[in-house]
Ligand binder design. Structure first.
Ligand SMILES: [Zn+2]
Length: 104
């Protein structure tokens, strides 16, 4: 069985309020996941599907003091697509994404 062993990473993202990279988020890379189903006709089947990469805000802003909930709310208003695009742009520009630790 093959898996892509990419693990979620804790990264720092820009605060939508003050623009400082002081908000912790968990980045879940796109990966393959297996799901098995059983049916009398077809026997046991394993399907693989690719999950979408996503970001989950896990802390408030340590620069301006906005709470995790306020930041999540603000990011929902913004297009999530724009936000992930912005992070990609920052990465391409060679700016540090400040990967601080890995999550098991
Ligand atoms: Zn802030």
């Amino acid at each position: 069985m093959t898996y892509e062993l990419k693990k979620p990473e804790v990264i720092k993202v820009e605060c939508p309020f003050c623009g400082k990279k002081a908000v912790k988020a968990i980045y879940y890379p796109s990966m393959l996941q297996a799901s098995s189903s059983q049916s009398a006709a077809a026997g046991r089947k394993i399907k693989y599907y690719r999950t979408k990469e996503k970001y989950e805000i896990v802390s408030g802003c340590s620069a301006c003091g906005k709470s995790e909930k306020e930041i999540q709310k603000a990011l929902k208003k913004r297009s999530v697509k724009d936000y992930t695009k912005r992070i990609e742009e920052l990465r391409k520009a060679g700016l540090p994404t400040e990967i601080t630790m890995r999550v098991e």
